[in-house]
Design a protein around this ligand. Sequence first.
Ligand SMILES: [Zn+2]
Length: 124
Amino acid sequence: MTHRCHAHGCLRDVPPRFLFCAPHWHATRKTLQNAIWNEYRAGQEDRKDPTSRYLAIQRLCVSELAHRPPGSLAVATEYAEQAEAFRKRAMEEGAGDPFEQLDRRKRKNEGQLELGLFVGGKRG
Ligand SMILES: [Zn+2]
């Protein structure tokens, strides 16, 4: 049985425990790669029982890749909506917000922005 890369439109075969082929995996940003491994449970590809948290992150990865040329905004949006649906399901299941782990860098950048505004404000 073949198992294809989950990137939209990609036809490359990959081992079932891998989400993407090597080029698509390397095109995925590090924060999302880490999140995938955080949510991955050994053997889920055999049991066919990935968690809602995993699926939320997985759809988010596919959505981000679909945004890139020659991607399609419609396709990216569709996956983003699926990601949001799985995220909601995970929270309803009491598994917490799977996207929370993605926020660390954003918060850090927001902190830097605030600092920049503060410094700018002092100057003016
Ligand atoms: Zn691929």
